[in-house]
Design a protein around this ligand. Structure first.
Ligand code: PHE
Length: 346
């Protein structure tokens, strides 16, 4: 070994030392790369120590000192860097014991909420649910319900026709479900038919070409008008907390006699005045005793059986319960409106 070798070694150690002193780690990753470069198994320090073994005895001291100085400098840089990036590393660390981010919870649509409440009330007095198609034929929607072709009462329920001769249409009420049920079942019958219905009407704050109904039907021996009134009274007490009702004579082709049901809302507040137009009364549904002609149409003995039916619009009931001013709000899907109702879960 020559003096030259020793000189070269000291020179390169010095060069590395300058590099180490000048080194500034930008982040923890750069620091780790720096550590591997110098202190790794195949790193610079190890390589220098290998070379160091070849340095002749008398020169070992000087080279050894330089080498140690380099090693100390590298370690100092690493320690300083570790401290600097310790806080950064902490923030990357995930705390698995923390509760998760809450998922936004949807809310029930007001139509669903009110439908559910109405169904629950009638379930308690023995009504069960029945369902039927929204696309109906003329027989189930009109003719069987004592609304023959060209009957003027059909005008009140103009709808959207899908096909003519034979007529296939979007049902105008869920009374069609009652026809289907009575055709298949003999009394006693106690059913509730909720569902979507359609009418050819201009859309405004009070009417829509699509809305939801709940209709009820009760057929048995000796069912009377008094049973109808008592049932309605039970219903209004349960739903609105108001038991005073009045029945105004009305007309429906499928019931005789027929009536509109008003509930006494009261005249205590400004709002009461506004929504009842100063009368205190609110119309909530139509009803009547099932016309014997309808029973004959579905082969139920009208001499033996009688019954009542009623029907209400869910939108209208929800308008009253929640004081909603415009029926269009139900179908616009505006989150600011929808979020105001009871959150998720049945
Ligand atoms: N089907 C009627 C309608 O949609 C409502 C109703 C049902 C009236 C039952 C009386 C009896 O207008």
């Amino acid at each position: 070994m020559t003096n030259d070798f020793r000189g070269n070694m000291i020179e390169s150690i010095e060069k590395y030392l300058q590099e180490v002193v000048a080194f500034e780690a930008s982040d923890a990753r750069a620091l780790e790369e720096f550590r591997i470069k110098y202190l790794g198994k195949n790193g610079i320090v190890n390589a220098l120590f290998t070379d160091f073994k070849k340095v002749p005895g008398p020169e070992k001291r000087e080279v050894g000192q330089a080498l140690n100085k380099l090693k100390v400098a590298v370690n100092e840089k690493i320690d300083a860097g570790k401290e600097a990036f310790a806080s950064e590393q902490k923030s990357v660390f995930m705390d698995l014991t923390k509760p998760g981010d809450p998922l936004p919870m949807g809310s029930r649509h007001p139509i669903n909420l009110v439908r559910k409440r109405i169904i629950e009330i009638f379930k308690r007095i023995g009504f069960s649910l029945s369902d039927g198609p929204e696309i109906e034929d003329d027989w189930h929607n009109f003719t069987a319900l004592n609304l023959p072709e060209f009957h003027p009462a059909r005008d009140m329920q103009d709808t959207f026709f899908i096909q003519q001769n034979p007529d296939i249409l979007l049902r105008t009420h869920t009374s069609s479900v009652q026809i289907r049920y009575m055709t298949e079942n003999q009394p006693p019958i106690r059913i509730l038919s909720p569902g979507r219905v359609y009418r050819n009407e201009a859309i405004s704050s009070r009417s829509h070409c699509m809305f939801h109904q709940i209709e009820g039907l009760y057929i048995d021996e000796k069912v009377s008008f008094a049973d109808l009134k008592q049932t309605l009274q039970f219903f209004t007490t349960e739903l609105f907390g108001k038991s005073q009702i009045r029945l105004r004579p009305s007309y429906f082709p499928f019931t005789e006699p027929s009536a509109e049901v008003d509930v006494y809302w009261g005249l205590e507040t400004e709002t009461d005045y506004r929504i009842t137009k100063g009368t205190g009364w609110l119309e909530i549904m139509g009803c009547g005793m099932v016309d014997p002609a309808v029973l004959e149409n579905v082969n139920i003995d009208a001499e033996k059986y009688s019954g009542f039916a009623f029907g209400m619009g869910i939108e209208r009931i929800a308008l009253l319960l929640y004081q909603i001013g415009d029926i269009r709000l139900y179908f616009e899907n505006d989150m600011r409106f929808l979020e105001q109702f009871e959150p998720g879960l049945v």
